[in-house]
Design a protein around this ligand. Structure first.
Ligand code: UDP
Ligand code: MG
Length: 179
């Protein structure tokens, strides 16, 4: 068990390659996810609060833009849901105004972001989660977060061109990680 953990650690370090200490680290602390403030969240002036939750948690912002989502991006993003009865209303909702799309980076950020965002239905989302604190209904749940590492990679490349993501040194790094 310990040996397997160590060999995984070494493999991650090798995969991260050489580079400055903050950038090389262990691959897991450089995990990235797509978070988006949906049109209702933008209209309700929740952008600042949502960003603040991720900042205060200790995640690092590496991409950010305000966009009127193109139809082809939305249909690719929600491809898996196109047979669902709520799909047309979902696309209409997501097209109804600008979205703030973001890429956040950090240890286990995909899983932790989903916990921070809360259940899809705000009625079931726990207090303390974004949806549990800020929304009331599944049709207007204010925020999106990728649901797996694989999906996060696809969603990031769908919403962002590689050149829009910024690799930068966070001065808080050594207070957040010992790697
Ligand atoms: N949605 C909806 N009605 C439903 C289920 C989902 O309007 O019954 C919308 C809601 O905006 C949700 C999005 O579709 O966030 C994507 O659904 P998914 O199951 O992927 O939930 P999420 O990953 O956003 O929690
Ligand atoms: Mg989803």
């Amino acid at each position: 068990m310990l040996l397997r953990g160590l060999s995984r650690l070494l493999r991650d370090r090798r995969a991260a390659g050489p580079g400055p200490r903050w950038a090389s680290g262990i691959a897991a602390i450089r995990e990235q996810t797509l978070v988006a403030v949906k049109p209702d969240g933008v209209q309700r002036r929740l952008v600042g609060e949502i960003i603040q939750r991720f900042e205060r948690r200790g995640f690092q912002l590496v991409g950010l833009k305000l966009v009127q989502a193109p139809h082809d991006v939305l249909s690719a993003h929600y491809h898996d849901l196109e047979e669902k009865p709520f799909y047309p209303a979902l696309i209409e909702y997501m097209s109804s105004g600008p979205i703030v799309a973001m890429v956040w980076e950090g240890h286990d950020v995909v899983r932790v972001s989903r916990v921070m965002v809360g259940s899809t239905s705000p009625a079931h989302a726990l207090p303390g989660t974004l949806r549990g604190d800020l929304c009331v209904h599944i049709s207007r749940n204010a925020v999106h977060a990728s649901d797996s590492v694989e999906v996060a990679k696809k969603e990031i490349s769908l919403w962002f061109h590689h050149s829009e993501l910024v690799e930068w040194q966070c001065c808080a790094h050594s207070n957040l990680y010992k790697v």
